[in-house]
Design a protein around this ligand. Structure first.
Ligand SMILES: Cc1ncc(COP(=O)(O)O)c(C=O)c1O
Length: 399
């Protein structure tokens, strides 16, 4: 598609053709398929990984693990970071740190990746699904507050779901595609209802809300460094916190709850082997050195999508919410409500054109293991599920 395709030509096309043309204008016409998100190793990754192999420090302790944790704290502005084996294990630990116990309910969005709900299950708790708002795609604070007024009561300082009698101990929010959700409003609702706030910041490394890095408002937060994230360690994650005691406990729980001793194996509770190997942390240190470049180029790519999609009738670009700076982990096209029925046609057309495109995750309450969980009305999440399509978002596309 030529770069100077006129606005009039776009307007005459159907929405599917219009979006495909706009996306092709942005990603160009490479020989092979354009992946949704590919990692980039153009920094000191080889040097650092080689250092691990040369020195033999490849496993669960080593200087790169310590350095990665220090670098993560510096980048996010959080006082403490504890590296973990992946984002899901980080979320599991966050829930335990929040005091979630078997039989509790955890308030969380239905619009999220499966790991958020699974971590709640690993803690023996039950997800309680709430709706999202269309600007950030994150939890709708006002609707959540109204829902809690309908179904919950504070009894002896604990939020209780009146119908089930379960304690609702925590609220997990998620910054979808890297766009920060409305943290101030959500923190206020969480405080009013005595819910510990946990940020699932798996997708939002490099994103800020009102100038603060995501992950700073929750009592604890989780990051992911899976291969498809802005920064990757191959597989990995981290728990963030500004509370020294919580961070210390995160380290303890993720390292088999072993108490320090020169030679004895003493463990004071059931812990987890959720450590991040030094080999992976080495990759992470090199990747973090390039975070600013990744985010800058991803934001440039987002600006190109914004411009190209501005001329398409029937669809729009999923822009960052006001007073936030998103890392644009994944760019998204949002079909107008009138075109919701054309989502699958758009997915087929983009993939046929060699452009990897994906729908939103299947909403959690539709999955068999979570279908019977308590929930609010989820109308907005359901509408957005039918309208959102992710398009290629690798940093190199913003060069
Ligand atoms: C929102 C969200 N939460 C949690 C995770 C889990 O992270 P991991 O794959 O590192 O376990 C991911 C991504 O993978 C995610 O996108």
């Amino acid at each position: 598609m030529s770069a100077n395709l006129s606005q009039a030509a776009f307007a005459k096309r159907g929405v599917v053709d219009g979006v495909v043309a706009a996306v092709r204008e942005v990603v160009g016409s490479p020989a092979g398929p354009v992946p949704l998100h590919e990692p980039e190793f153009a920094g000191r990754e080889w040097d650092y990984v080689k250092e691990c192999i040369d020195t033999g420090w490849v496993s669960s302790v080593g200087s790169f693990v310590d350095r990665f944790e220090r670098d993560l704290a510096a980048v996010t502005g959080c006082a403490h970071a504890v590296a973990t084996s992946n984002g899901t294990s980080a979320l599991h630990i966050c829930l335990l740190l929040a005091g979630v116990r078997p039989g509790d309910e955890v308030v969380m969005p239905t619009l999220t990746f499966i790991a958020t709900a699974n971590a709640v299950s690993y803690a023996g708790a039950v997800p309680h699904f709430v709706d999202s708002e269309p600007t950030s795609l994150g939890v709708d604070a006002a609707k959540l507050d109204a829902h809690l007024r309908d179904v919950a009561a504070i009894v002896n300082g604990v939020c209780i779901h009146r119908r089930t009698g379960a304690a609702m101990r925590a609220l997990v929010i998620m910054h979808v595609f890297g766009h920060p959700c409305d943290l101030d409003a959500l923190a206020e609702v969480a405080a009013r209802w005595h819910l510990v706030l946990i940020e699932d910041a798996a997708e939002s490394l490099g994103s800020t809300y009102h100038g603060r890095h995501t992950g700073n408002v929750g009592a604890v937060s989780a990051l992911s460094f899976n291969g498809n994230k802005v920064v990757t360690t191959g597989g990995g994650g981290a728990v963030l916190s500004n509370d020294a005691a919580l961070a210390k406990r995160a380290k303890h729980l993720t390292t088999t709850a072993r108490t320090p001793h020169r030679w004895s194996f003493l463990h004071d509770e059931v812990g987890y082997n959720y450590r991040l190997p030094n080999l992976n942390a080495a990759l992470g240190c090199a990747q973090l050195e390039r975070l600013a470049s990744f985010v800058e180029r991803k934001r440039r790519l987002a600006a190109r999508y914004r411009a190209a999609l501005a001329s398409v009738d029937g669809a729009s670009f999923h822009d960052e919410p006001p007073r936030t700076a998103s890392n644009y982990w994944l760019n998204a096209v949002v079909l107008d409500p009138a075109h919701a029925g054309e989502r699958d046609a758009l997915l087929a057309a983009l993939n046929d054109a060699g452009v990897m495109a994906r729908p939103l995750w299947t909403l959690m309450h539709r999955l068999p293991m979570y279908a019977a969980c308590p929930r609010d009305d989820l109308a907005v999440a359901e509408q957005m599920e039918a309208r959102v399509v992710n398009v290629p978002s690798s940093a190199r596309l913003g060069d």
